[in-house]
Write a protein that binds this ligand. Structure first.
Ligand SMILES: NC(=O)c1ccc[n+]([C@@H]2O[C@H](COP(=O)([O-])OP(=O)(O)OC[C@H]3O[C@@H](n4cnc5c(N)ncnc54)[C@H](OP(=O)(O)O)[C@@H]3O)[C@@H](O)[C@H]2O)c1
Length: 252
């Protein structure tokens, strides 16, 4: 078993949606394990704060303004990481949004925005980093999906379609790039304490919690540890997998 502080020594990672919550926790966990980490999100100030926390610990972090829904912004971000560190070993597609409503009331723009960010955003990012990973014959791509993509949930058709699509994308790309020593996996969080779940009504939170055998919400760092494992060579023989971090909420 490797020391987690050296697990990713010499590696370069890009984490999307790293300004807060799970993405921020992933960036810090990867940096703690020795990786140089580029953090991207639309709110540059918050990304800079997250990067400053990494730097206070003596880790290398690069804050970047990134909108995953915009292919040009993704390209500029990947170029900036390549310019700074000449490679990208790890990509964590974490950026995600919700626009919940019952399907019959869901506006086309809410459908579009969620699919554009959660699914097309990951496509943009994977497409932008793959040429460098293929050339290096090395890469780890981790897509953050969701338990609701596996179990279903009313009021989240756009979100679930995007995350179920991302599970499919994970498997398709895993099969395409395995021969280049690139692994592609998904991490599927359950009910995690972040801004995304904070905004849910108390009654909804209690109902969800009653479905969690471990009896509590997860922590962002508990998702980050699973991501860190899949980003490491300890997971070298795992690809096309969806790893649940859900307290037993959905078992498959
Ligand atoms: N919390 C949970 O219980 C839970 C459960 C299952 C799955 N997840 C998934 O885990 C991921 C992180 O969720 P979270 O709970 O940490 O959510 P969060 O606190 O709302 O954070 C979402 C992050 O995504 C970024 N983001 C949103 N749109 C973006 C865009 N177009 N380009 C770049 N960055 C963008 C946000 O930053 P900016 O607004 O600054 O861009 C923020 O950093 C999401 O994919 C979510 O679907 C969460």
């Amino acid at each position: 078993m490797s020391d987690s502080r050296q697990l990713l020594e010499g590696k370069v990672a890009l984490v999307t949606g790293a300004s807060q919550g799970i993405g921020r926790a992933c960036a810090l966990a990867l940096a703690e394990a020795g990786a140089k980490v580029a953090l991207g999100a639309r709110n540059l100030e918050k990304v800079q704060e997250a990067a400053a926390e990494a730097e206070r610990n003596g880790w290398l972090a690069l804050p970047l303004r990134l909108d995953v829904a915009d292919a040009e912004s993704v390209k500029a971000t990947v170029d900036a990481v390549m310019q700074a560190w000449q490679k990208i070993d790890i990509l964590v597609n974490n950026a995600g949004i919700t626009r919940d409503n019952l399907l019959m009331r869901m506006k086309p723009e809410d459908w579009e925005e969620v699919l554009q960010t959660n699914l097309k955003g990951a496509y943009h990012c994977i497409r932008a980093v793959l040429p460098f990973m293929v050339r290096a014959r090395y890469g780890k791509i981790i897509n953050i999906v969701s338990v609701v993509a596996q179990a279903g949930n009313p009021g989240q058709a756009n979100y679930i379609a995007s995350k179920a699509g991302l599970i499919g994308l994970t498997k398709a790309v895993a099969a395409e790039v395995a021969s280049r020593n690139i692994t592609v996996n998904a991490v599927s969080p359950g009910f995690i304490e972040t801004a995304m779940t904070e905004k849910l009504p108390q009654a909804v939170k209690e109902k969800i919690l009653s479905m969690v055998p471990l009896g509590r919400m997860g922590k962002d760092r508990e998702v980050a540890y699973a991501v860190r494992f899949l980003a490491s060579d300890e997971a070298a023989y795992i690809t096309g997998h969806c790893l649940n971090v859900n307290g037993g909420m959905y078992m498959a």
